[in-house]
Design a protein around this ligand. Structure first.
Ligand SMILES: *[C@@H]1O[C@H](CO)[C@@H](O)[C@H](O)[C@H]1NC(C)=O
Ligand SMILES: *[C@@H]1O[C@H](CO)[C@@H](O)[C@H](O)[C@H]1NC(C)=O
Length: 181
């Protein structure tokens, strides 16, 4: 069996990630179900999972958030912070910049669990305001399919990496709270 020796950077990375590591968890009481998971957005080629499909004709100080820009994304849901960790599903949707000042986006997305018991095959649909300049965003869950049929609740999406992450990979934590009746 190969012996394991930690180099210092790897060791530091592990220490750094440990307090953040949250395996997708399920907290259920009579009133609500809570689910936590990560998804990863690759913003740079090759293999980008988020692309701009419409570019605004309007000049904007921050071209990413120009009024009218439309992005689509198909981001993997992963078991933990490591983008290479186990694939649990996809977050698929679009972001349209809908305010003249670029501060408001309309986020429309489906959360599709492809490998997370007991929700494999079930989806949640989220539609709401995405405050583009904030790292923590609350969005309404407006419905779902399968075990999430008639879902009601909200998600809090936290971006854990800087928007200009040198790796080109943005990691998001999602905390979903769903009402059970
Ligand atoms: C991009 O995807 C191809 C095909 O799946 C794969 O071979 C390649 O390693 C990927 N490149 C990166 C940087 O992930
Ligand atoms: C999300 O849930 C995790 C695990 O319970 C918690 O540590 C974290 O503070 C929550 N984040 C938000 C923004 O609610």
């Amino acid at each position: 069996m190969a012996s394991i020796s930690f180099t210092l950077p790897i060791f530091l990375t592990i220490i750094f990630f440990l307090p953040l590591k949250i395996i997708p968890t399920i907290g259920t009481n009579a009133d609500e179900t809570r689910i936590h998971f990560y998804y990863q957005e690759r913003t740079k080629p090759p293999n980008a999972t988020a692309i701009k499909v419409v570019s605004s004709p309007i000049e904007h100080a921050n071209p990413i958030f120009a009024f009218g820009n439309i992005f689509v994304f198909d981001d993997p849901i992963t078991e933990d912070l490591d983008p290479a960790s186990h694939l649990l599903g996809r977050v698929q949707g679009q972001l349209v910049i809908v305010s003249l000042d670029g501060n408001d986006g309309l986020y429309t997305l489906n959360i599709h669990f492809t490998n997370l018991s007991p929700w494999t095959g079930s989806t949640l649909t989220v539609i709401g305001r995405n405050p583009t300049q904030q790292t923590v965003k609350e969005l309404p869950v407006v419905g779902g399919t399968g075990l999430f049929r008639l879902a009601r609740g909200y998600v809090v999406v936290t971006r854990l990496t800087p928007i200009d992450s040198p790796s080109g990979i943005l990691t998001f934590l999602v905390n979903a709270t769903l009402f059970n009746h």
